[in-house]
Design a protein around this ligand. Structure first.
Ligand SMILES: [Zn+2]
Length: 121
């Protein structure tokens, strides 16, 4: 897979951050990971978080930009953020794939991991 581009201080991620009321957010658009409230270094230090976003990149490749975004927004309306199938799959991928992004270090503990927003919108 092509290496994703990482965009720090992204206005798109900032909007998502406000919407989710989260202190920091990573969001994928196409082949880019957009960050707000978190630096590239901080993001890359949480392999669970990286694996989560890498699953969204795979989903974008599978469904295409419009296909992904249409499904994502439709499912957000229907199920709430936490239960969007793309998010459920990304949380599963985080547990399954984190070791791929650990860079030889031990996996972080629950307390050290970035928490998934559990809001209902
Ligand atoms: Zn996600």
């Amino acid at each position: 897979m092509q290496q994703p581009r990482i965009v720090e201080n992204s206005p798109f991620a900032r909007l998502a951050r406000l919407k989710l009321r989260a202190p920091n957010v990573a969001m994928v658009l196409g082949n880019s990971i957009h960050l707000s409230g978190v630096t590239r270094e901080q993001f890359l230090q949480d392999p669970f978080w990286v694996a989560h976003e890498m699953e969204h990149i795979r989903q974008f490749q599978q469904y295409g930009r419009l296909g992904f975004l249409a499904r994502y927004l439709r499912d957000w309306m229907r199920h709430g953020y936490f239960n969007i199938p793309f998010e459920v799959a990304a949380r599963e991928a985080a547990e399954r794939d984190a070791h791929l992004y650990a860079q030889g270090k031990p996996l972080p503990s629950i307390a050290e991991r970035h928490p998934t927003p559990k809001v209902k919108l």
